[in-house]
Each structure stands twice: as C-alpha cells, then as structure tokens.
Design a protein around this ligand. Structure first.
Ligand code: F6R
Length: 612
C-alpha cells in the first residue's frame, strides 16, 4: 500500500529514487513521483501509472539533486491520476511530502486549512499534511518541530518523508502503523518502506517504531519520539543480498518464487527439529505442556492466502490435537467481539507482518488477555514485534504480489506447530511423529519433482482451455482448503472468475452453473475422501465439464473421470496441501502468461495491505 523512498548524500538522488521505487512497486503502482532538492527549489515530477512512466517523464523533463523523496502509490483517497500522485507540496512549493497510510481526520483538517486560505490541488488525504506542516512552519517553528506538531494533529497511519527548501541538508521521516526504515550508508543515508529499495547501497538500518521521527542528513541520523525527545536505537543488519530482490533470469518474480519453494521448505525444516530429530524447536517459543494445558481454544486469524494457510492448520490441529480451532479472516475477527480470553491461543499469520487488519486483530486479542503467536515472514515487521511469540517463516523476500513461497512456508509452520502441540500434549506417539518427520524430509525433493514434471502437462492444459471464463475448484477436507488458495491465485493474476467449492456442496446450488466445457479443477489427494470427490467429479463431467484433477500417485482410477491428471508424489495425509498447491500455482501462472497479464503486478492489488 504505497512505497516511499528517500535519499540524501553526494550522488544524484534521481537514479537512487527510481531504483528504490521499482523495488517497491509490489506495494502499489497506480502512480509514481519524486521531489528533488536542487539549489533553493524543489523539482517535482509525478505521473499516473507505473514507475516506468515516471522514468520516461524524467527523460523528457530531467531533474537532479542530492536530496530527494519518491513514492509509488496504491490509491485510497482520490483516483489514480497525475494530480493525486505524490509528492504533495505546500502552496509556496517549499515543502514536499510523500506518505504511506491513511489520515482519518483529513476532512476536518482540510476544512480548517481551507479557512486559513490554503488551496488544495488534489483529492488526497496526504495533501493536508503538506499544508499543516507549512502552517506550523509559518508560525515560526523549525521544520522538524513543524512536522512533529503536525503528527500530533493527525489521526490514522503514516510513513512520511518530508523535504523543505530552507533545509537542503536534511530530510525528515516519521512512522505510525506503516513501515519505515532509515538506511545507513557512508556519507549518504536513506529512508524506505522496505529494505529491497536500498539493498544496493546498504544492509544497515534503523527500523522506526510507531510515533518516531528521524532527522536524516548525509552524515548523521538523529531519532526522536513524538514528544521531541532524542532517542537511541540499535542498528539492524539485514541478511539478504541484492540477488534476493532480483529476478535472476526468471521472467517473473512469481516464477522465481515458485521455484524457490524446495529451498524454502528445506530451510524451514532444517532449523526446526532438535538435533536428535525427536522433537520440534520453534525459535525458542515457550509453548510447553504447562502453557498448552491452559489453552482450551485456538483461534487462527489472517487475510487472503495467509488465511488459507491458517485453515490448513485448523484442519490439522483439530484432527491431530483435539483442541477446538476457530479461524477467521482478520477483517471479520476484529469487528465481531470474538469469544476469546486468557485460555485462548491466537495464531496470526502474515507474510508482510504489516497487514492492517491482521495487526489490529493481534492487538484486540492481546487486549482480551490471549496469548498471540505470530507466524511472520518479514523480520522486524509490526506484527512480529507486537506478537507475544514469533515463528519466522524463512521464505526470504517475496516480491510478486501473488503469494507462493510464503504460503508454502506458512503451511510448513502449521505442520510444525501441529506436531509440536500434539507431541507436548501426548496426542501422538513417537512412531507417528517419526513417520511424519520422514515424510516431511521428502517434501523439498517432492516439490522439485512436481516442478520438473508438471510444467509441460499444465501448459498443454492451459492452451486447451485458454478461452474459459469460469473455473470451479472442488475438493473435500484439506483439499477444499487447497481449492480456496488455487482459486484465489487464478483470480488475482489471470483475472478469471473462479469459485472454490466443498465438493459435497455443489449439489446445493452451484452445480447449476456447470455447462458444456466449464473448467473444473478437482483436488483429490485425501485418500479417505477419494471416492466421494471422484463421484462429485463424475457429476460435473456428466454435465459437460472439462476436468483437471490433482491426485496422489497410484490413484489412477481418477483417470476414469478426469480429462487430465497431475499426480503429486505420495505423502502422509497431513502433508498433501503443500504438494497439491504447487500445480495450482503453475496453472495460474501459465494461464496469466498466455493471457498476457502483468503477472507480478496484477491490477488493483498491492502486496502489503496496510489499510483496512
Ligand atoms: C494472495 C496474497 C494476499 C495476502 C494477504 C495477506 O496471493 O498475497 O491474499 O496473502 O493480503 O498478506 P500478509 O500475509 O502480508 O498479511
């Protein structure tokens, strides 16, 4: 939801800002802009569309300077347009602002500022910030104090970058509920929504906390709390290298990330078993027998793909541990007065660690006395910092908007948590644990096998059904959850209407939509439910559907009812979701590719949903 970047140092900042914005496009790509200080003026270039449009604009109307801020937008207030693009600026063009977040009281502030004579040029909430800073500045405060006073007035969330012509040697940054880091270089410093934006220049950064400000100069960074007191923070060193934020020969980040899954799963498994392999170690999380016996309900909360990973966990925990598990999307959970207390373990799942609804759900759960376990990918993110315990998913950067490897890592986390709780509470014996562990050890190789063998088949299938407008995904139990994820992926990147259905539910309405050549993906990896789902596939076939089945090796009788079958290697029943999802990712990817869609940056979406 919008990305911001800023630079101050000896280089011309424009290439730094453009490179940074390109790496942040996963956060939004409705419009982009930069503000650059040169001499005693700020040059602003901004335009609707992706960062490439901005680069073209800069070729025709170049600017340069040694301090600047940039922004790539995911529109909330005001349509995507040149005028609504950031940076926004004061009426005298002395102050420029980029912002990620939402100012909830902007209408009151706008009315107040208009009465004072300020003229608004855009429909955005952000423009109020530029004028409010200007108002305080004109009252005689210095620029840092003007920003600080502005922050006291605004309600909502923000990551901000501010430039002022009277202070050419500094830029100001601040954050509340939207991520922001201050990157530390030699004779140059940066601000950014996320580390990929500045990874070419530095791996060291301050991670700002809520209501903190930074005064950033080329050779120093001073940090303040919202009351203006100077504060100290530890420097965080990121472990990722530049390669992690590049496509490395793949056509799309999504494809690269799909192919990274064997490694991601291997990394997660390698670090989570004790040396003797007989128990699970969850990053030092204290969820031992005593703590677990105090828990009578588990609540899993997340959004989108992360929620589906959570649903896998719900099925597994209920079946293997026997504790009731509720699961909700965070946007529902946070407004429903959930029945939770100190005997509830709330598990929140988030790749970015910044999803606004999930973060609010976490805070609500804590306020009710529940213990919150965060399953998070982004190190140091808001959810990671506010959860009582964190299990990192070790998936590395996920840049494509459509989540793939992060989902797999989240599912593995659910496997590990389920096994850990089941063992601690004595719900499974050592032999069962050993059997599942052995099956888990095979997963990276099995994913590799699927990636190698399934692609030609999937591409043939995609070519055959490229004209389809509706796709149904059907399955039962854990397979039904896999259907939800597969259907979401297809909607997101191929823009095809698709519906996931519990296979047994079809007859209760949706089967009316099946007609000649309707495409149906049938997931049939649960042995215990095989015959049931096979019958449901027969029912859609009888009504003219074309069926792609995803089944476990050995269950060849599925070929009697499906047009095409992708087989996944045999595995323990609790582990099938991870494998069955891989062909679905490829199916969505190649469908989108054949349709010519912008796979890494699907329309209307952003990777990190920091607004509710
Ligand atoms: C789908 C997708 C989204 C995210 C959801 C939650 O491919 O990526 O549905 O899963 O927005 O995001 P995080 O995990 O960052 O909280």
């Amino acid at each position: 939801m919008c990305g911001i970047v800023g630079y101050i140092g000896e280089q011309n900042c424009v290439p730094v800002l453009i490179n940074g914005l390109k790496s942040l496009e996963y956060r939004g790509y409705d419009s982009a802009g930069v503000a650059v200080l040169s001499g005693d003026t700020i040059g602003i270039r901004k335009t609707k569309g992706k960062v490439d449009n901005l680069s073209n604009l800069l070729l025709n109307e170049p600017i340069s300077g040694k301090a600047g801020i940039g922004h790539t937008r995911w529109a909330t207030h005001g349509a995507p347009s040149d005028m609504n693009a950031h940076p926004h600026f004061s009426n005298d063009d002395k102050i420029a602002v980029v912002h990620n977040g939402i100012i909830e009281n902007y209408q009151e502030l706008k009315a107040e500022l208009e009465k004072k004579g300020y003229v608004f040029q855009s429909e955005t909430d952000t423009e109020t910030i530029a004028h409010l800073i200007d108002d305080y500045y004109k009252q005689g405060h210095d620029i840092l104090e003007s920003v600080r006073k502005t922050l006291e007035r605004i309600e909502g969330s923000y990551a901000l970058g501010v430039l002022c012509t009277d202070y050419p040697d500094q830029l100001i940054a601040a954050r509340k509920e939207s991520p922001l880091i201050v990157g530390l270089g030699k004779g140059e410093n940066f601000i950014a929504s996320d580390i990929p934006a500045i990874l070419n220049y530095t791996k060291k950064a301050y991670i700002l906390d809520d209501k903190e400000l930074a005064l950033v100069k080329a050779d120093s960074v001073s940090l303040y709390d919202i009351d203006g007191n100077e504060i100290k923070k530890e420097v965080y060193t990121y472990k990722w290298d530049v390669e992690a934020a590049q496509k490395s020969g793949y056509d799309h980040f999504m494809l690269k990330e799909i192919y990274e899954q064997p490694k991601v799963v291997r990394d997660n498994l390698a670090q989570r078993f004790s040396e003797d392999g007989k128990s699970i170690e969850l990053d030092g999380i204290k969820l031992g027998r005593a703590e677990l016996e105090n828990i009578n309900l588990i609540y899993i909360v997340a959004c989108g793909t992360a929620y589906y990973a959570g649903l896998v966990g719900k099925y597994l925990l209920e079946r293997m541990v026997g504790i009731p598990v509720n699961a909700d999307v965070a946007s529902e959970f946070r407004y429903k007065e959930p029945l939770i207390d100190e005997h509830t373990l709330v598990i929140v799942i988030s790749q970015s660690g910044e999803t606004a609804d999930t973060h609010s759900a976490l805070k609500l759960a804590k306020s009710k006395g529940s213990r919150v376990l965060g399953i998070v990918n982004a190190v140091g993110s808001s959810i990671a910092r506010d959860a009582d315990d964190v299990l990192y998913t070790l998936a590395g950067f996920e840049i494509a908007v459509a989540s793939t490897k992060a989902f797999s890592a989240q599912v593995v986390a659910m496997y590990l948590i389920t096994l850990h709780i089941a063992m601690e509470l004595g719900r499974i014996d050592n032999d069962t644990f050993e059997e599942i562990k052995q099956a888990m050890d095979l997963l990276p190789k099995q994913i590799n096998d699927i990636l190698t063998k399934a692609v030609p088949k999937i591409r043939r299938f995609v070519n055959k059904y490229i004209g389809s407008k509706n796709v149904f995904y059907i399955g039962r139990g854990l397979d039904y959850v896999v259907c939800m994820e597969g259907s979401l992926k297809l909607k997101e990147i191929a823009y095809l209407h698709s519906e996931p259905y519990a296979a047994g539910e079809l007859k209760h309405g949706p089967i009316a939509l099946i007609e000649e050549a309707t495409l149906v993906v049938g997931i049939v990896t649960q042995e215990a439910l095989f015959d049931k789902t096979k019958s449901n596939i027969k029912e859609v076939k009888a009504r003219g559907a074309k069926v792609l089945a995803i089944a476990m090796q050995g269950n060849r009788s599925i070929e009697e009812v499906a047009d095409d079958v992708i087989y996944i290697p045999r595995t323990h029943w609790m582990l099938t979701s991870l494998l069955a999802n891989i062909p679905q990712q490829l199916f969505a990817y190649y469908m989108a590719l054949e349709l010519g869609e912008d796979i890494d940056k699907p329309r209307n979406l952003a990777k990190s949903v920091t607004v509710e």
